[in-house]
Design a binder for this molecule. Sequence first.
Ligand code: BG6
Length: 298
Amino acid sequence: MTELNTHFGICGRVTFSEVAGGLIVAEVSNEQATARIALQGAQILAWAPVGEQSVIWQSLNAIYTAGKSVRGGVPVCWPWFGPHPTESGFPAHGFARTQNWEMAQTQQLTDGTTTLSLRLVQDANTRLLWPHDSELLLMVNVGERLQIDLLTRNTGSETFTVTQALHTYFAVSDVREVSVLGLEDQPYIDKVVGGARDVQTGPVRFSAETDRIYLDQGGESVIDDPGLQRRIGIRREGSHSTVVWNPWAEKSLAMADMGADAYLGMLCVEATNAAADAVSIAPGEEHRLQVSYRLEQL
Ligand code: BG6
């Protein structure tokens, strides 16, 4: 810990500490916002522009333990999204979200924002799941906007294909009252009804379990939350699909790290490369998935 603080701590801006379950988190604080990022999974756990509650949701029943993704925050799903395409025994959503990452750099920028860069630690165990020579970096810029860049580099000699997600859980007043704009008229795969195809009519609203992959081309969507009198603007680059997920009552109750009514206060709108939107990366090439969030008061 002392070493982390010596090398990557920034006085009054970035501090590392050990929290429950032995997880290490970076606490970030600047004039524009605060954030918390766990080194396990490079998982952003909170981001709050000054004067606001965290825009990023975390379950009150979240379990902090080594090797388990915390329920909430921004889990990084990589190098596959959802179940592995051929190996049913491989972990859902890949291994990046449960693996340790190392700090690569921290920087306080002249515009008042703070940037943290983390690198995934790949080892003999992850090579069993993913034998490709690759580097994965996550850059987080904390300010009145939160920008996240996920960079996949092919450092080997053969092309590989990834699917991936920045699986962000947003805090909402009441999911039954919010809507997602920007996905109108887009085709989607409905995972709740066995992968049936449909097309979105109007804004996305929530009255039951929702688990959809929108195969849209656009890069912007908005969570409209009249209850909190705010809108969350979402901009994506390097991503041509969006996953919208809420487990609803029954599934929420069945998850030990969610609980009975937890689903009401959260909504996942995920910047993805999923389904047909898989990304092939040639040797020496890289792919950047970028998302940025901005809060607008109504
Ligand atoms: C979503 C998937 O991205 O993640 C859902 O579309 C899945 O199908 C959800 O249930 C949560 O996954 P997990 O592994 O974190 O419980």
